[in-house]
Each structure stands twice: as C-alpha cells, then as structure tokens.
Design a binder for this molecule. Sequence first.
Ligand code: PMV
Length: 327
Amino acid sequence: MVTSSAPGKVYLFGEHAVVYGEPAVPCAIERRVHVTATEIDEGLRIHANDLQLDGFTVEYSGDGESHPDVDVAESLVEAGMGYVNEAVAQARDAADAPEAGFEISVEGDIPLGAGLGSSAALVVAAIDAATRELGVELSASDIADRAYQVEHAVQDGQASRADTFCSAMGGAVRVEGDDCRRLEGIDTLPFVIGYDGGAGDTGALVAGVRDLRGKYDFAADTVAAIGDIVREGESVLGTGDYERLGELMDFNHGLLSALGVSSRSLDSMVWAARDADAHGAKLTGAGGGGCIVALDETDDALTALKYTPGCEDVFRAELDTDGVRQE
Ligand code: PMV
C-alpha cells in the first residue's frame, strides 16, 4: 500500500491567455489530494469520500462506466472516476503491468472545479501512488507528462499542461505551450483564497473568450496584454516586491473581467480583499465562479472575506514548494 499526495494550484497570472500561446504562472498551494493505492487481484475499486463534496461516498469497481448510488454532483464524481481510471491506466503502462488490479482511496481538501487544480492533483498523486505500488518510481516530469495525457483524454483534448506540471513539480512554474519550467528561488507567497462555493463551466468560458477574441481586435489585444502582465510579473516574482506583484494581479483581474469571465461573487471577493489592503487580488482559473486569490501576509483580507456575502469559505494557502511526494 502506497500513499502519495500532490498539491493544488492558483494562477498567479495568465489563465485564458495561456490557451493562445501566451505564458502563464501557476503556483502550487499547501492544499493537497492524497491517494492511496493498493494492488489487488484484478479490476479497480475507488473510494472517494472526502473531496469537499458533502455527503458523497462512492464505491465503484469496473471499467470507468457509470456507477450507482451517487446522489450529489454526479458529473463531478463521474469525472473524478474517469481521472482515476485513466491515471491507473498510465501506471499500468509505466510498470508494464496491464492486468494489475487496484484499490484506490482518495482524500483531499481542495474544492472541486473551482480553479484550484483539484483534478490535476488527483491525477498526479494517483499516478505516483499506483506506479510506486507496482515497484516503479517515475520522475516528477514523467508524472507531469503522463498526468497531462490523462487530462487531455478525460477533457476531450481541452487541457493545458499548466495544472498537471505545477502539481507534479510544486512551487511557482512558467508554462508557455509545451515549454514548462519551474521558476527557481521563489520560496514563499502569502496567498489567501476566497471560495464562493460554486464552479464555472470551463469549456463555455474558454469558448466565450475565443468568440470575443475572434470578433474584436481589442479583445485579442486584451489577451496579448495578459501575456505582457505575465512577462512583467515573472521579472518581479524573484524580487519579493509584493506591492508590484499585487498591482499586476489587480490588472490581470481587470482584463479577465473585460473578457467576461469574472462574476458578481468573484468581483465582490476581489474587492473585499482589496478594501482590506491586500497587495492585490484576482480570480483564479477559468472563472465564472469558484475561487479568488489575494496576496496578503496579514490576516486582514482573510477576516474581511469571512464577512463578505457570497464568500462561502476562506483560507490561507502558502506557496507549496513541494510537488508530488510519497507520504
Ligand atoms: O479552472 P482551471 O484551474 O481548470 O483553469 C482553467 C485555465 C484556462 O486557462 C481557462 C484553460 C486552460 O486549459 O488553460
């Protein structure tokens, strides 16, 4: 029996624009998914009862088809099953053990589908745990690559390498197309995360930006300007100048908002953090609902968000310099 864990992430800069070849900087956070893999005679059994979907317990065995007795958030649960199924297929492939059976247990404290990279963390941890259980130790970059293949398969070809690479490597990373690397020397970033309890529809939001970009030159310019913010932000990151980083986060949020991917609750959480003197705040991930990330080393934004209508949960989540690891 092997347990591995992998971190979730926030986008410090660059979501959406990364779809059009601009760079992005996701950062791993100290919120993890833990996956325990135990080899069994045959098949696949999955237990996942703590993925912040209140009250669901899933017992599943079989080949990734649908399963009974799921009464909440069925599509998210089904997607979770798909991710585990494909991750196990990658582990079997890596270990040259196509018939290996597994019992997989999943636990985590990352809200699902809310821009914090829960699915990538699940896939990365599952590949690591299952391959180790079969006696094979993959490098973090091999795991990142296999995890990307999984997301690509489960999400019908709509996946960037950002989440999976960040979760496997940890720390702050830079992703531009297939070129992914870790940004060295960045050890701490004081993130505060506000969560509205919802989730955006990534496919629809990405399609919305694509339409706007095709329709208006200024929308295409907006996407390109996000790329400029990322390049500027990268150079500021290593200096530890939180004032400027925050200013760039604010700017990034404004441009995402112009592209139509923010929401009333995301905007109100962003403003609550700014009013509490956070260095900066922005939505993270696809938008439409889900999470914002603020930069604040004091407890002021955290406290303000607790009392902000529309904010269901708020927590501090430091940059996690550790990627995937065996527990
Ligand atoms: O919501 P998330 O964490 O899956 O992020 C989506 C990021 C996008 O740039 C909008 C899409 C993508 O695949 O990069």
